[in-house]
Design a binder for this molecule. Structure first.
Ligand code: VG1
Ligand code: CO
Length: 557
């Protein structure tokens, strides 16, 4: 049956915003404007046509993969985008129910040998936001040149091409695929589920508690941990829901973000000490917060641990010459402390620890072995951060060593020291406030030598990303830094995932050889110094919402 393609003119095209840290995020009302999604998708189709057909890389690959998280409207959006892609001559694989985690999408793009993928998710943002990410044939998120070109094309769309979804299904131009099975198969091949299952059988008392936050995680966690590994697991908020759990007691929509502010029930389950493993994941399952027996592990630390045990996943085999151990520059540099150790561990390779800008695309292009402080750890067998992989790898290490999560982390800290970390924010909606903040950070170097709170500002400036492969500056001003006395370091950058207003993220780190100290006396002077810096510059607000405010601290007395 020949497909009937309809071409529809856009009388009043929109000005479409450029994608940010991780795709384009807008409030529902904006994405839902009449023909907005159509214009957005047509621009994306135009880009893939350009790179696969007429354009630079004439691969003639006309396959695309589409899927996303369960948030309101995504089912219809998945169908609509599939219709438009088919209308432009693409063959489309759609995840069953439209539901797929971001890492599962990355993996599917690679295994289905597609030219790219479109991921419908606003990730950790509440269901009142919508987001769309574009990934390339490698499975990795789009880099700057793609983002720029897609943006140009989206803003020159005058008409779009579309078909009826049912017709496309019938014609075989759209096909469903099982994102969960494909993904679980990958983890099985990497982690050896058979071996893990056997170890779990022997340790019959071993149990886990998870929080799927009503995002896409539930079905993935059930398949991997319960069905395939036979783990005795309690899964909170398992069912994917359109409203991602709805509203909190103040009437604000819940954030599907695995951070201490948003997982009270899991924190309380963990504090019982009964569970060997606990984890929470965000709505597109690329972030994780892991722990066990009362302890939670931050992502920078977990990545250091994973790097110690990287043999278990055959890391060396994935990198022919150099192994990049990546971390975003605002993430605690635990991994940097291990450079020498890792070089000994991988004598055949050149080991390089690399600082990147925020946004996993920068780590993905280096082989995807890296970490962000926002709870993202990379799975080197695909090209995204991957929550379920991290939790499953941690489980494997627990089973191999027989130690607890805390004992494992303490082994690392005893050997290399610990980098204490917290992240806060300054947020608002006033553009002139944002301009003042920017000006303050840009001129901070003038205040070198000045005292803020109990700390002295020793050096300040902006950090540019020099690409480790090309040697060129690939991202300018990726973060501001304020280096204070005694190794107290603050970094700051504006968030690129919000849907309105501004959020300046503030990151505090301090290295200590003693790991078993309470955290808040260590981070408080940095928080105070930053607020004093703002005040001295005439800024009316303060930093707040620090991640360690609700973080259980095993070493506080
Ligand atoms: C945030 C995080 C960043 C992460 C990005 C996307 O970005 O800080 O580390 O890569 O979200 O994560 P920003 O610009 O708001 O700081 V996700 O889980 O939304 O795909
Ligand atoms: Co996410």
């Amino acid at each position: 049956m020949a497909l009937k393609i309809e071409t529809i003119r856009l009388d009043k095209p929109y000005t479409i915003k450029k994608m940010g840290t991780s795709g384009l995020r807008l409030v529902q009302e904006d994405y839902n404007r009449h023909l907005y999604l159509e214009q957005f998708a047509q621009g994306v189709a135009g880009y893939f046509l350009e790179i696969t057909g007429k354009g630079r890389v004439a691969t003639n690959n006309r396959t695309l993969v589409i899927g996303g998280d369960p948030r309101k409207g995504n089912r219809e959006r998945v169908r609509k985008i599939a219709e438009i892609m088919t209308g432009n001559g693409f063959r489309v694989y759609v995840a069953n129910d439209g539901l797929a985690s971001t890492p599962a999408m990355s993996h599917a793009i690679r295994t289905l040998e597609a030219a790219g993928g479109i991921i419908l998710t606003a990730s950790h943002n509440p269901f009142t936001d919508v987001g769309i990410k574009i990934n390339m044939a490698s499975g990795a998120p789009a880099l700057e040149d793609t983002v720029n070109r897609v943006h140009e094309l989206q803003n020159s769309v005058t008409e779009y091409h579309t078909v009826r979804f049912e017709d496309a299904l019938e014609a075989g131009e759209v096909e469903y695929f099982d994102a969960i099975r494909l993904y679980a198969d990958l983890l099985d091949s990497v982690l050896d589920f058979g071996g893990m299952r056997e170890k779990l059988r022997v340790r019959s008392g071993f149990s886990a508690a998870f929080d799927a936050m009503h995002g896409a995680a539930g079905p993935f966690a059930r398949e991997v941990f319960v069905n395939r590994l036979g783990l005795n697991a309690t899964i909170l908020r398992e069912e994917p829901r359109e409203d991602l759990g709805g509203f909190d007691a103040h009437g604000d929509p819940l954030h599907p973000e695995p951070d201490f502010d948003y997982i009270p029930e899991l924190i309380s389950l963990n504090s019982s000490g009964e569970f060997d493993l606990v984890a929470a994941w965000d709505s597109d399952v690329d972030r994780r917060l892991d722990g066990g027996k009362g302890f939670f592990v931050e992502s920078a630390d977990e990545f250091a641990l994973f790097s110690m045990y990287a043999d278990l996943i055959g890391l060396g085999r994935l990198f022919p010459n150099e192994i990049f151990f990546g971390r975003s520059t605002v993430t605690a540099g635990t991994i940097d402390l291990m450079q020498e150790h890792l070089q000994k561990k991988f004598p055949e390779h050149k080991v390089r620890t690399v600082e990147t800008p925020t946004g996993f695309k920068w780590i993905a292009e280096l082989g995807n072995w890296g970490v962000e402080e926002s709870n993202g750890v990379g799975n080197p067998y695909l090209r995204e951060k991957d929550g379920i992989f991290a939790t499953a790898f941690l489980l494997k290490i627990l089973l191999e060593t027989g130690k607890s999560v805390q004992e494992l982390m303490e082994d690392v800290w005893k050997k290399f020291g610990r980098v204490f970390f917290t992240r806060g924010e300054v947020s608002g909606s006033d553009e002139s406030e944002k301009a003042l903040l920017t000006a303050l950070l840009e001129s901070a170097t003038q205040h070198e030598g000045a005292r803020f709170g109990t700390l002295t500002l020793e050096k300040a400036g902006a950090w540019d990303y020099v690409h480790p492969q090309t040697g060129k500056v690939a991202d300018k001003n990726a973060a501001y830094f304020l280096s204070f006395s005694d190794g107290n370091t603050i970094k700051a950058r504006f968030s690129g995932t919000g849907s309105g207003g501004y959020t300046l993220r503030v990151y505090c780190t301090k290295f200590d050889t003693h790991y078993d100290r309470p955290k808040s006396p260590i981070t408080q002077p940095m928080k105070d110094a930053f607020d004093a810096f703002l005040k001295a510059g005439g800024f009316p607000g303060q930093s707040k919402k620090y991640t360690d405010a609700n973080q259980p601290d095993p070493y506080s007395t």
